[in-house]
Ligand binder design. Sequence first.
Ligand SMILES: CC(C)(COP(=O)(O)OP(=O)(O)OC[C@H]1O[C@@H](n2cnc3c(N)ncnc32)[C@H](O)[C@@H]1OP(=O)(O)O)[C@@H](O)C(=O)NCCC(=O)NCCS
Length: 188
Amino acid sequence: MRVRDPASLNFGIQLRERQLTIRKAKLTDVPEIHRLISHYAEERIMLPRTLTDLYENVWEFQVAEDEGSFLGCGALKLYNQEVAEVRSLCVDESRKSQGIGREITDELLDECEAMGLKTVFALTTSPAFFAKLGFHEVPRERFPTKVWRDCLRCERYTCCNEKAVSLELADRPGKLRDSAEELAEFSS
Ligand SMILES: CC(C)(COP(=O)(O)OP(=O)(O)OC[C@H]1O[C@@H](n2cnc3c(N)ncnc32)[C@H](O)[C@@H]1OP(=O)(O)O)[C@@H](O)C(=O)NCCC(=O)NCCS
């Protein structure tokens, strides 16, 4: 779990003291997670997920909240010992562009590192957001299990507007910086 103080967040208008908390989802978060994903699914920006699916897989989710208000969520799908997918990442419309999506994704990537994974990918209509976090666009065929399991069954398979993006955790931008700082400290 991470808690960020307001000074470190890029809020456009700061109406009051805010504190952003990123934490593992609880069963009681599921209705809010479902509401937000359904909102973006209606706009055809994300794929819908059923309540049953979300209750079954709630442990995959991190959520962002501010004083108990639900702000956004994101989940990890594990594929094998090395590969995971970031999915169902979304932030409430009223709180976009305030660094919340980045914080949720960072927490998911921390989880991936803690599990010893090597590669994280996403299928997204916002590849530019992921590029800011060090992901690169790749052919989706690099992740055949995803294509076989989800894409081939998707009604939008032939007219898909999502791009595949991928990050090697060893190349994660913050990680390279941290290692360089550790090395400098060690050699001084
Ligand atoms: C994509 C999404 C999760 C980003 O969350 P957010 O909280 O709005 O993004 P952040 O404020 O953390 O942005 C981090 C950086 O990415 C940039 N960014 C955010 N969304 C972007 C987009 N759609 N295109 C290009 N850049 C984007 C921001 O400008 C910011 O850049 P900076 O560090 O230079 O200031 C959010 O906009 C969203 O919920 N979109 C609808 C659902 C969706 O598209 N999900 C994608 C995953 S399937």
